[in-house]
Each structure stands twice: as structure tokens, then as C-alpha cells.
Design a protein around this ligand. Sequence first.
Ligand code: ZN
Length: 429
Amino acid sequence: MRDVLNAGLIDFLKASPTPFHATASLALRLEAAGYQRLDERESWSVVSGGRYYVTRNDSSIIAIKMGRQAPLLNGIRMVGAHTDSPCLRVKPQPELQRQGFLQLGVEVYGGALLAPWFDRDLSLAGRVTYRRDGKVESQLIDFKLPIAVIPNLAIHLNRTANDGWHINPQTELPPILAQVAGDERIDFRALLTEQLAREHQLNADVVLDYELSFYDTQDAAQIGLNGDFIAGARLDNLLSCYAGLQALLAADSDETCILVCNDHEEVGSSSACGADGPMLEQTLQRLLPDGDAYVRTIQRSLMVSADNAHGVHPNYADKHDGNHGPKLNAGPVIKVNNNQRYATNSETAGFFRHLCMAEEVPVQSFVVRSDMGCGSTIGPIAASHLGVRTVDIGLPTFAMHSIRELCGSHDLAHLVKVLTAFYRSHDLP
Ligand SMILES: [Zn+2]
């Protein structure tokens, strides 16, 4: 089972270089399992026992498994995660021609670790909006091939590179795509028109706009002498999206279950499709009765907000509180922050711990060092919007926000097992 899940995760990461592609990958897998697409612009007729999904901005998705009994009786089991990851996004007028090279200007999306972006074989993917036959349409594209690179500066020209090196994102990050002759000008939008023709066999009159990210073409892989690790891009937080999906598909219960995967977590969640926007609340309002019954249902519900945790790195063990250092391959981590950077409370943490014990899944705890600041997740945002009880959990990883992150190869199976038990659980506290 563990190997099947890990192989599935590696495939999912490859198919999901951007939040748009991650949403499409999730939708594809949901449709294969009989989930029907709901259109936010149309009226919905949702029946008990039905399976549905809805997307917004092509980059956030909510999967819904309606229970056989009314959700009012027993609440809703929700798992939340995010589809976006820090990366380099192409600017609107990106062409730079310097020293005979075609380069593209980029904007850093989210809190990326920048140094690992150098010397990687990069490709480009995302959403393109174009005009065809007088209509404005959008499509996802993925160049797939390594078409760009950001070469390092030789150490001979930067002798202090290993002493800490400030990277200027404006001047040092534009990837190189090609060498160009003399006064030849390259129009980036024309390249996108060609890619639309190649990938989708469509002839766009003109590319109007785009949201495109560079990504590393090296596939995720199981690595280590004994295969203990999975290395790959975007484990934060496609690892949790994939675990939530697998749990939802495995949970053959009578309960109403939801998986919500939002875009824009890495930049604060404040957008129409982000967790700080109204997407989940509006979806629930359409699924549940109004007023009194709506509030009663939410108050009987529980959300597990799944996002990766920081495992103890052997070279930097002092970055953790000595009693709260999660180990890779030692199970999911309950994340606690009394200042509400995480939404976990004793009741929700206790319930998650109870599920782990019942499933014989190891479980760990994380609290940040008292002299360091704490990250956050969609958990407190969803909790404060809906008023739903929430626990923040996640799998321990290294190198969060690098272009290649690392998790334990035993942990995905642990997380899927406990999330499946959560979706199946008849009694919430
Ligand atoms: Zn994250």
C-alpha cells in the first residue's frame, strides 16, 4: 500500500507543476472516482449520497461527498490543504535581451528559498488567456521540456559566495531561454501562441494574458540508501492535497465529507479563491439548510487543516524546541501555537490523537521554539471564517519552500490512514 501511495504521489507531483494543474489533476482523479463537476454559475441539485466537486479560478477545488444521513445530524468532516507553492512567475512584459541572450523577467511568488533555483533545468507552465474567433478563452499549458536555466556565477567571480550571499530577485533571477542573433527580437506571447497550437491544436488570434510559473523538470523520486525519503518540488502542500484525496476516495462512510484545496496560501490566502475568501462558506451555504440549521451543522463539524511541518534536521537540530522535534517517518505532527498561528486546541488535538491511537498510527507534536516566530496555515483562517473547530497537522519535511523538498517515504501512508479514519468516523467530539 505504501509503495502504491508513494508512486501515486510522484505521478501527482509531475502532473501538477502549478496550482492550476494541481486543481486539474485533483479534478481528473475525482471524476475517475465518479465525482461530478458542479458549476458555481448554475443552480445545484445535490442529493444525499452524491459525489461532487467545484473549482474556482481553476486553481482552488472543493470535493464533496454527501452523506446518506443529513449533515445536520452528525456534522461534516473537512480536510483542508493548499494547491500553491513558492515559485518564480513570469512578468507581463518579460522579454529581456542582454549580452545576446533571451531572458524573462520574473516575480517571486511567496516565500521561496531562492538559492536552489540556480543550475536547475527549468520548464514553464500555467494558465494562458487568449482570443479566438472573437471570444476570450483560457487553457492550461505546460512546456514540459527544460527550456530555461538560471546559471550560478562562478566562485572565482564571487569569492564570498559561501559566506552568505544576498540574491537580488530583480537582477539575478531572470532565467535564460536562448541565445539570439544580433537584432532578432523574440515576442514571448508569440511563443505562447505556438505552444497553444502544439499542446491544444488551437489557433489563438492573440495571447491576452497569462499566469506562468517556472518549475524544476527533475521528477520527484524515492531516494536514500534504503529508500527512506521522497524528494520533490511542491511537497508543500501537494503532499497534503494528495493525502486528503486518497483518504476521501477510500472513505466509504455515510458521513458528509469535504476536501478543500485553496490557492494563494503562500501569499496570505486573501483572494476570491483563497482560504481567506468566501469560497468554502459559499459552497457550504449551497449544500446546507439556512439559518439555525446551518450554524448547528457547522458546530457539529470539524476541520483537519493539513500542511507540512518542519522535521528536525540533524545539521540544525537547535532550531527546534528539544521536546518538540518531529522526526521524518514517525507519523503526522499535531501543530500547536497558543497565539493562534495554528487553530489546534486541546479538544481537536485530543480527537486527532485518539484517531491515531485507534489506527495505530504514530503521532508527534510541534511547538516552535519560544524565541522564534511561527508560520501559519489555512487552519486559523478557515476556523475564523466558518467558526468550525480545527486541528492543524502535517507531515514532517525538510527544506520547506526549496525547489526540491524532502519528506519520509513511510509518512504518506500514515497520514492517509488517519485521514481516512477521520472521514469514516461516526462520532466527533
Ligand atoms: Zn504550506
